[in-house]
Design a protein around this ligand. Sequence first.
Ligand code: FAD
Length: 474
Amino acid sequence: AENVIEKDTVIIGSGPGGYVAAIRASELGQDVAIIEKSDTVGGVCLNVGCVPSKALITAGHRLQQAKDSSTYGISTSDAVIDFTKTQAWKDEKVVARMTNGVQMLLKKHHVELINGEAYLDSDTQLRIMPSGERQFMDNGGGQTIKFKNLILATGSRPIEIRGFKFQDRVIDSTGGLNLKEVPKEFVIIGGGYVGTELAGAYADLGSHVTILEGSPNIIPNFEKDMVSIVKKNLEKKGVTIITNAMAKSSEQKADSVDVTYEVDGKPSTITADYCMVTVGRRPNTDNFGLEMTNVKTNDRGLVEVDEQGKTSVDHIYAIGDITPGPALAHKAFFEAKTVAGAISGKNTANDYIGVPAVCFTDPELASVGLTEKDAKDKGIEVKTAKFPFAGNARAVSLDAAEGFVKLIAQKDTGTLLGGQIVGPGASDLISELSVAINCQLNAEDIALTIHPHPTLGEPIQEAADILIGYPTHI
Ligand code: FAD
């Protein structure tokens, strides 16, 4: 048929998984097409995830600094925010700049970008429809592509919960990032990464935020002694944190929303300007014809893959949020490179030993490898060391001497198994520990590496000094 094209490698989705797979596959000599249904490339991360959320966090920090720098002898006149301008900066100078950059990179690498929605017909062929026109598919419309290799990178979408249908004032994270005004009262259901980061940002921007978290702790994937520092700071910003809170129902009014929740079976209602639900994400594996293939998904709808990212069909691969493991952009980047290599005949494999987790709270949280508890649960004998930022000159001079670095090493060999950082710059500092763990360095390797002074990286070396038995500044 005239409307059929053939391609070596086709990728569905241009998020961190898809676009990186496209670039790498092209570098390795493949003829690559990438299909994206959205108007812009970059997926959730660049458009409505990692990047815009960090921009709002920055704006919040700037406002707070502008409002109060009296500690440093700086008096400022009343700082006010024009949130329309804040949002325009985020959209045009941050998000658009990054997505345009990715589009340029795809072009530079001769990747064919096809705008439209992909729908699988079989293990070897798919159809592309203009976005939102899938209903015409039964008439055989659209363009057919036959592929040798297919990489699924369709990502994930927010979960909706009962009683909280998304509408004007009951919003998901995308709505939360794109608000036109700073809410006076903002209820956030779900105190995971996304909820807690945005809680901090909006509190800094002027909202009274209430976090309703169903479990006993916010950001439960980080250790308690780390989270308690963040929690204290959120409360200092005026955030109300209600744990063990079950969100029950919402009632949207003309210009507000009533949010009802229960703690120990006792109901309460908060009237808010907006209620954002950030309780997790579900993989996009149920809406593009995956059932027409032999690709297997598990009971959570995730695509099962081997260590090369291969699905149950030999020439179909999957990466990013639709595969098991943490739903993080850098996990998707990594898997993308593995899969592109595998398709090109390289001996690549995913190894998750050094995958860091970061949360952009105040202060930031970061973790890589095992925690002390993980090690105990695995029956590994470890030694640990903790060094506080209070003992670090750079942190003190930044007026940010809060938090600590903790290292976990194998007891007999000193091999580093894990590290956690809560404190200024944790998101950047964790990379040193990722390298250390990935390369199976030991505490002595870190202790004997000269770290520049005065810098926030020194507490890592100080903790290593403790591990080898010769603490310096403690
Ligand atoms: P996605 O980014 O979801 O991209 C999938 C793409 O596929 C989309 O562009 C979609 O339009 C397209 N698509 C889907 N189906 C089709 C189809 N049938 N046809 C054509 N195109 C299709 N992670 C971090 O590591 N750090 C952070 O700080 C961070 N912050 C976040 C903040 C928020 C508010 C959110 C929501 C997420 C955040 N994440 C963060 C998670 C991160 O965004 C995801 O892990 C990452 O985007 C996953 O990449 P992906 O390539 O798997 O999929």
